[in-house]
Design a protein around this ligand. Structure first.
Ligand code: TRP
Ligand code: SF4
Length: 343
């Protein structure tokens, strides 16, 4: 059995994702694979959660996929190798204390801080057709701060796109600690961002792999679909005919090889592409081989979990997360003098 999180003395790590539905290879390389590494290093007490309330900040008008999206994402977490015996895996909305901490932190957070978070204006402009002039959307980085500070983590492993949110989290923690102390000490230590090194992972159209571009390879794509997607993938535009030499450094398929292929295959790709010794079809076949090797064990694990097992995992994770959250909340309420100090 795993060590009880409440008694473990390892530094804590916390991260999460909003449930956007089934995850793709970009999500895997940009987050999940790194989380699994942190988990398996055994150095940290790990908390990984699904930020389901965060989905409401942009998709409040249509919640019909709310439950199924969460379910797909937890399955992808498990498929990627997150292990409930090693990490606390839970859903945000199962731990209502996140809402309480968000509320308390909202009292000390200036509106200007939230308006200045770069994603605020960007997303309002990008997500056309959604009215994002809501209180919840403005406040979502603060909800994220509550998600984080709740577990008093040392590190928050996220991609560069989330770094500003961790910075806000640190600012809010600082203000909290300046205003409120518990027996002369800080209650909410400032966490450090642990930037996930994210290799360039192009989608089938050569742009960054992203759900919104429709260019993804899903973790659940069966082998024939992976091969089919690779076939339609764009290549070095200079390589028009079979006899034209190409350059893997200018080719999205080359980028995939760099991430997933063995050094031997990669050497064959460079040599064969530059000398026009291989065709793109052959080269794409090798890339597909490498992807299938990564996806196979993920899909095998995914298929093993029954709905009941997943439910039990989330129930157990919620219990453990709630226990840990309650410790922090007792400290927070006490420091704020909302409840009397324990005798
Ligand atoms: N905002 C993150 C995203 O869009 C998800 C998230 C919510 C998160 N709370 C968090 C990530 C806390 C790390 C820590 O993916
Ligand atoms: Fe890209 Fe491979 Fe074709 Fe070269 S041979 S252009 S690396 S797909």
């Amino acid at each position: 059995m795993s060590e009880s999180p409440a008694t473990s003395s390892r530094p804590r790590v916390l991260s999460g994702m909003r449930p956007t539905g089934k995850l793709h290879l970009g999500n895997y390389m940009g987050a999940l694979a790194n989380w699994v590494k942190l988990q398996d290093s055994g150095q940290f007490e790990c908390y990984f959660f699904i930020a389901d309330w965060h989905a409401l900040t942009t998709d409040y008008a249509d919640t019909s996929n709310f439950l199924s999206n969460t379910r797909e994402v937890i399955l992808d977490y498990l498929a990627a190798g997150l292990d409930p015996a090693k990490s606390v895996l839970f859903t945000q909305s199962h731990v209502p204390a996140h809402a309480e901490l968000h509320l308390l932190l909202s009292m000390i957070t200036s509106v200007g801080w939230l308006e200045r978070v770069p994603s605020y204006k960007e997303q309002q402009e990008n997500l056309v057709g959604k009215d994002l002039s809501t209180y919840g959307f403005l406040g979502y980085p603060l909800l994220q701060a509550a998600d984080i500070l709740m577990y008093q983590p040392k590190y928050v492993p996220v991609g560069q796109d989330q770094a500003a949110h961790v910075e806000l989290t640190r600012e809010v923690a600082r203000r909290f600690n300046n205003l409120y102390q518990l027996n002369g000490r800080d209650v909410l230590p400032e966490p450090d961002v642990l930037l996930t090194p994210s290799p360039k992972l192009p989608g089938t159209d050569g742009r960054k792999m992203s759900k919104s571009y429709g260019n993804t390879i899903m973790l659940t794509d069966p082998e024939p679909e992976v091969r089919q997607k690779l076939k339609t993938m764009v290549t070095d535009p200079a390589r028009i005919r079979r006899k034209d030499p190409g350059d893997p450094d200018k080719c999205p398929v080359g980028d995939l090889h760099k991430v997933f292929s063995t050094p031997e295959t990669l050497a064959k790709v460079y040599e064969g592409c530059r000398s026009a010794g291989i065709g793109c079809i052959e080269c794409k076949g090798w890339a597909a081989d490498a992807l299938v090797q990564v996806l196979d064990p993920i899909q095998e694990r995914r298929a093993k979990y029954t709905p009941n097992e997943v439910e039990d995992i989330l129930k157990d994770g919620a219990n453990r997360a709630r226990n840990r959250a309650e410790q922090t909340m007792t400290e927070v309420r006490t420091a704020m003098q909302l409840i009397p100090a324990a005798k």
